[in-house]
Design a protein around this ligand. Structure first.
Ligand SMILES: CC(C)(COP(=O)(O)OP(=O)(O)OC[C@H]1O[C@@H](n2cnc3c(N)ncnc32)[C@H](O)[C@@H]1OP(=O)(O)O)[C@@H](O)C(=O)NCCC(=O)NCCS
Length: 188
């Protein structure tokens, strides 16, 4: 299954499931966001090919949903301009819960790719993995992400105060969740 998105800047983006040939594009994208130093609690880029490939093997083995946004007009690895993963928790009794993570390359933010990736990933995680609930967390300083998650129906269920220390500043972690059937009722 795939979806074609026409961006307001005139470019066309394909929204689809991850394949093996996307791996370096996904990590290229991830490493760029890490280098921004603003949005994720990770300090070092992932350079090891073994680590990148192992991540892919795990995603497929665990049957996790990873949806990517591809701009076919760009050369690899820059063709992957966004990704949204819904991973499993380790608990047997929480198999109905998915954990959402998302990043969009800087140049392509605010073009509704994030909203489209999350919508696609939520639907696929219900259909393929029988997920019922999606959880996530965000820096309290990440106003755009919080706005988008709330707009899609995620509710704030808690905060971990001063959970992260980034560039000598403490940041709270905001915890959010969404019940998928509520989302589908509101976004038919
Ligand atoms: C957060 C992120 C995934 C959102 O994806 P996106 O494609 O940029 O988002 P969209 O274009 O679908 O929607 C953005 C929304 O935020 C709004 N927005 C933009 N900047 C904002 C700001 N500073 N404060 C509040 N809202 C803002 C936009 O107006 C839009 O809302 P609208 O539909 O009401 O107009 C993306 O910007 C990103 O990857 N950021 C860096 C990494 C990151 O933060 N990942 C999430 C970690 S929890």
């Amino acid at each position: 299954m795939k979806k074609v998105l026409e961006l307001k800047n005139g470019e066309t983006v394909i929204i689809r499931h991850l394949t093996k040939s996307d791996v370096n594009g996904v990590w290229f994208n991830f490493n760029e966001v890490i280098e921004e130093g603003l949005y994720l609690p990770v300090f070092f880029p992932v350079k090891s090919q073994l680590e990148r490939d192992t991540w892919y093997v795990n995603v497929k083995r665990e049957k996790e949903v990873c949806i990517i946004a591809e701009n076919r007009a760009l050369e690899k690895p820059c063709n992957i301009i966004g990704q949204c993963e819904i991973s499993n928790l380790e608990w047997d009794a929480a198999a109905h819960v998915g954990v959402l993570g998302i990043i969009i390359r800087e140049k392509y933010r605010n073009l509704y790719i994030g909203r489209s990736l999350i919508d696609f990933a939520i639907r696929e995680s219900k259909k393929l993995n029988n997920k019922k609930k999606i959880i996530l967390s965000s820096f309290s300083t990440n106003e755009r992400a919080l706005h988008l998650f709330k707009k899609l129906g995620f509710r704030v269920v808690g905060a971990r105060k001063k959970q992260f220390l980034m560039n000598s500043h403490y940041i709270d972690e905001i915890l959010m969740e969404l019940w998928i059937d509520d989302y589908l009722n509101d976004h038919s």
